[in-house]
Design a binder for this molecule. Structure first.
Ligand code: AMP
Length: 441
């Protein structure tokens, strides 16, 4: 689709007045690029494949046309005084997502967009980690829209709580993530249960081979849209170099110095969340943790409290990296660099959403140095390495030396002593501290 004449306002997208009124209330002044490009075609019933980053306004791109379609069908049915076709445990619009939090978030957004339909359009979210009974009850009489994680949906289908043979719209959100989380089999099992005639909308930040196969198998003459992160100009990325073993001290200093409220900090392991929280606590900073070993109740509570601004610092694994929408999240910090370069974008995409100003900060020590370059290369960025006063690294730490040391797998040297005064002097390599002073205090 050409982007030359994109509709500049929602009115021009052919949305019904009841949805337009809601968008005005939500202060959506103009469509985001993906909304402007996709909504008219999606309303016209076309399949869609979109390469869209988080924060680009994807949810409304599929939710608004879905709601409009269901609304018009209901109006038509009322007018002609016919029974709605869907009676029983059927669903007409199905949205598959990779994580529980995303399921809840997407369903909440849809309910919000549907606020003026006076409860006539039903949306249910189902996901694992919580009791199936409540979800079965919610699905009684079916649902117009169902947002689901694949595993729980299959469970509910096998207990006859829901049927998919009336689905007329399928959305696969974060398709690459779903496949990388090992949902392949569950996804194929679900796709086999869907009618062949339906509209399919597929969103994926990246297009690995498996996603390409999916698109070939699923989509019928789709419109293709590639949207760069619309908010990249408002998200500032910075990288601070730090001596190994001093990341926690630097992090604590930054949190206190900037008085950050709502800082989301990423680490790579569940126990690292707890570990870092306890180290911050010793420095007088209260932090909560968010990872896969927490029960669903605790995960929801922590997330809600963080969103509400009741928690200043949240330490999370990559389960928080995808899709979560935390309004005005000011700062995301990579305490550990993500192993996969594509997760870097997902993590930092938690901040700077929908035009808000955001900061994405990565703390790197010498062991991260090479990996950060890989991340930069992958995303075609190059950030200036910055140092924080009082936490300077040895000037000898340049690319060449690092490459040489890493190649030789020698214990890395650090300045003598760990005191700030000493660190400020130019130092030569000293193996002891770098080798022994890992990020533990
Ligand atoms: P999403 O990519 O769907 O998760 O949306 C990211 C954020 O942008 C959410 O907070 C939405 O409420 C918000 N948003 C989506 N579309 C618009 C728009 N056209 N104008 C303003 N905010 C929007």
């Amino acid at each position: 689709m050409t982007t030359a004449t994109l509709p500049a306002n929602f009115k021009a997208l052919n949305l019904v007045p009841v949805l337009l009124a809601r968008l005005t209330e939500l202060d959506y002044q103009q469509p985001t690029p993906i909304q402007a490009q996709a909504i008219p075609s999606v309303l016209a019933g076309q399949d869609l494949i979109a390469g869209a980053n988080t924060g680009s306004g994807k949810t409304a791109t599929f939710a608004l046309p879905m709601l409009q379609k269901i609304h018009l069908q209901k109006v038509q049915a009322e007018k002609s005084n016919t029974e709605q076709a869907q009676k029983g445990n059927f669903v007409t619009g199905l949205i598959l997502v990779p994580t529980r939090e995303l399921a809840k978030q997407v369903a909440d957004s849809i309910k919000s967009y549907a606020a003026h339909f006076n409860g006539k359009i039903k949306t249910v979210a189902v996901f694992g980690g919580v009791s199936t009974n409540t979800q079965m009850l919610a699905l009684r009489g079916g649902s117009d829209i169902l947002v689901a994680t694949p595993g729980r949906l299959l469970d509910l289908i096998s207990s006859n709580a829901i049927k998919l043979d009336k689905v007329n719209t399928l959305v696969l959100d974060e398709a690459d993530r779903m496949l990388s989380l090992g949902f392949t089999e569950e996804l194929s099992a679900l796709l086999a249960l869907l009618p062949s005639k339906k509209q399919t909308l597929l969103f994926s930040a990246t297009f690995p081979e498996q996603v390409k196969l999916l698109t070939q198998a699923l989509l019928n003459n789709p419109i293709e849209i590639q949207v760069q992160n619309a908010d990249s100009s408002t998200l500032v990325q910075r990288v601070f170099t730090v001596n190994k073993g001093e990341k926690t001290a630097l992090l604590a200093y930054l949190i206190q110095q900037h008085k950050w409220r709502q800082a989301l900090i990423f680490v790579n392991a569940k126990n690292s969340c707890e570990h870092l929280a306890s180290k911050l606590s010793k420095r007088g900073i209260t932090a909560e943790v968010f990872h896969g070993d927490k029960g669903q109740g605790a995960r929801s509570r922590v997330l809600e409290a963080f969103k509400a601004g009741e928690i200043d610092v949240l330490i999370a694994t990559d389960i928080a990296a995808r899709g979560l929408d935390i309004e005005k999240l000011p700062v995301v910090i990579n305490f550990d660099l993500p192993r996969s370069p594509s997760d870097y974008m997902h993590r930092i995409g938690r901040s700077g959403r929908a035009g808000e100003v955001g900061l994405a900060l990565s703390l790197i020590d010498y062991e991260d140095y090479h990996h950060f370059k890989v991340i930069e290369k992958k995303h075609k960025i190059r950030l200036e390495r910055e140092q924080v006063e009082g936490f300077e690294v040895d000037e000898a730490l340049n690319d060449e030396l690092l490459a040489q040391l890493l190649a030789e797998s020698k214990p890395m040297a650090a300045p003598e002593g760990s005191g700030k005064k000493k660190r400020k002097k130019k130092k030569t390599i000293n193996a002891d501290i770098w080798a022994g002073h890992s990020d533990q205090e």
